[in-house]
Design a protein around this ligand. Structure first.
Ligand code: ADP
Ligand code: 5GP
Length: 205
């Protein structure tokens, strides 16, 4: 199933660490270089989220049937909802020749590591649990229950993220511009320049 193409990139990190924010910047700055792997999820859309763009929003029944048919590369349950990367989501990006970016949680990362996708693995770390909570509350997308679950999971994710060998780079998202520059430099050095030679833009502050 896996076709030849640039090495994919996985972004992982606790909910609220800033993965979507960093990704959005990258996709906006380099729309012809990077493509997003659109996951499936059984959670409901947040305001502004579009079906087929941010996620394929689906039901538990439909997702379980699709998993049964072998349509997914990896799946996980996170905070009471199912998430997964379909083979099609990755293939759709590969076909364009762009670098495929996956935003997935840790159980998915462990499964992806067992495939032949061989992605670069980036862990986005919040500056502290307190700041993570402030940002999650500030985002205002979760009720109190979901927020508590996400913060509990975050503590375990941080332990896994910090363990040597689990990720190729850990980016601490304290100041957004600095975190974004680090991410962009890392990707250009390890993927883009390997494909097409030097040419990464200078970091902007
Ligand atoms: P994730 O995709 O990892 O769940 P988000 O990208 O949605 O996280 O970020 C969570 C919240 O934190 C958002 O409201 C976002 O605007 C904010 N945020 C992201 N990065 C920073 C940063 N460096 N400093 C302050 N706020 C940030
Ligand atoms: P959110 O509900 O905040 O969009 O995402 C919750 C968590 O699910 C995040 O950690 C995100 O990275 C992860 N996630 C999103 N899509 C997938 C996916 O396809 N597979 C896995 N394993 N995790 C995903």
């Amino acid at each position: 199933m896996v076709q030849k193409g640039p090495r994919p990139l996985v972004l992982c990190g606790p909910s609220g660490s800033g993965k979507s924010t960093l990704l959005k910047r990258l996709l906006k700055e380099f729309p012809d270089k990077f493509g997003f792997s659109v996951s499936h999820t059984t959670r409901g859309p947040r305001p502004g989220e579009k079906n087929g763009v941010h996620y394929h929003f689906t039901t538990k029944e439909d997702m379980e049937a699709a998993i049964e048919r072998g349509e997914f590369i990896e799946t996980a349950t996170f905070s009471g909802n199912m998430y997964g990367t379909s083979k099609r989501a990755v293939e759709d990006v590969r076909r364009t020749g762009k670098v495929c970016i996956l935003d997935i949680e840790i159980e998915g990362v462990k499964q992806i590591k067992r495939t032949d996708l061989d992605p670069l693995l980036v862990f986005v770390m919040p500056p502290s649990i307190e700041e993570l909570e402030r940002r999650l509350r500030g985002r205002n997308t979760e009720d109190e229950d979901a927020l508590t679950k996400r913060l509990e999971t975050a503590r375990q994710e941080i332990v896994y993220g910090r363990e040597p060998g689990n990720f190729h780079i850990i980016i601490v998202n304290a100041k957004l511009t600095k975190a974004y520059s680090e991410l962009r430099d890392f990707i250009f050095q390890n993927i883009v320049e390997k494909e097409s030679g030097p040419g990464a833009p200078q970091a902007q502050e």
